[in-house]
Design a protein around this ligand. Structure first.
Ligand code: 13P
Ligand code: SF4
Length: 303
């Protein structure tokens, strides 16, 4: 770490008793100044244990910062660029979820954390890509409404003995939709000794063609513990930055160079510095939504 901006941020962070939480898809220069890096579940767990900090700077997308707010409504949760939205999280509006619940009144409801808080409040529990199977097994229902990612729903459906109903029709992540089966075939030929790992947000035929399907945190752990030296990574490109930083002795190849989550990259060092100086933009939610969504997050954390 060397830039003066990074040094300025670290100084401000100390002065203001702030913590910087960042998702694994943040660019390298943001990863370098973060106090904690992780996948959605790890960030959620960390956000539930930040009592000693006055300010939280969340370098991730909207639903992640909202989760931190729901768990800490009395704290200032700041997001360097308020436009950092996850499009998938907005694919299941509250009305559509309520309609599906009415149609399937005997079903349990599991929402991916990548969903808006207004919908989260109507779920039985939330899940992340790291715990989706475990959380699904934990509910007593034989039938589950699962949204908004159809690919994660299919991933779970292949692994549990329950009826999984994906909602809404076509819910997806545009970044993970970029991977095609030809990319997997090409990388197999190019790197025959490499294990190919992808994220459960990829289409199910990509998941089935890969050697492992893991959350971003799961990828890091798996690669660190593996004797294999080469891996093809089928998720957002900066996951490779993160793994390289932790485990520099492995050879990593992207499944696709162009897999970039544009909104994750909105948090520049300048915006992080300004966010610390101005203590804005701030994330807030209505009290009733916060209260009801908190129960769904807590259920997941207990599982
Ligand atoms: P992870 O929880 O695996 O980090 O996934 C979050 C996400 O948005 C992936 O696109
Ligand atoms: Fe959302 Fe996809 Fe970006 Fe993850 S990679 S934050 S699911 S748009």
């Amino acid at each position: 770490m060397s830039s003066t901006l990074q040094e300025e941020i670290l100084k401000l962070k100390e002065e203001k008793n702030a913590i910087i939480l960042a998702h694994n898809y943040q660019p390298g220069e943001v990863q370098e100044i973060a106090d904690f890096l992780g996948d959605s579940l790890e960030l959620c767990i960390k956000a539930s244990k930040i009592d000693d900090k006055d300010l939280v700077i969340f370098c991730g997308v909207d639903f992640m910062a909202e989760t931190a707010y729901i768990l800490n409504p009395d704290k200032k949760i700041l997001i360097p660029d308020i436009a950092a939205e996850c499009p998938m999280a907005h694919m299941l509006p509250e009305e559509e979820l309520l309609k599906a619940k009415k149609e399937h009144s005997d079903a349990g409801v599991i929402l991916y954390v990548n969903s808006i808080a207004e919908s989260k409040q109507h779920a039985d529990t939330l899940c992340t890509s790291a715990n989706a199977v475990k959380v699904t097994e934990s509910l007593p229902h034989d039938k589950i409404l699962f949204g908004p990612d159809n690919n994660l729903a299919n991933h779970v459906s292949q692994r549990v003995n329950k009826e999984i109903i994906p909602i809404p029709n076509g819910g997806h992540c545009y970044v993970h939709k970029l991977f095609h089966i030809e990319d997997v075939e090409l990388k197999r030929k190019e790197y025959p000794n490499a294990e190919i790992i992808c994220h459960p947000e990829c289409d199910i035929e990509i998941q089935n063609a890969c050697d492992k399907v893991l959350s971003t945190g799961g990828m890091l752990k798996y690669i660190a513990e593996s004797d294999n030296e080469e891996f093809v990574i089928g998720t957002e490109i900066d996951m490779i930055t993160r793994i390289n930083k932790e485990i520099p002795n492995k050879k990593l190849y992207p499944l696709l160079e162009g897999a970039i989550c544009e909104t994750m990259k909105l948090h520049t060092l300048e915006k992080i510095r300004d966010c610390l100086v101005n203590e804005s933009p701030q994330i807030t939610l209505p009290a009733n939504v916060t209260k009801k969504s908190k129960k769904t997050i807590e259920y997941m954390l207990n599982v």
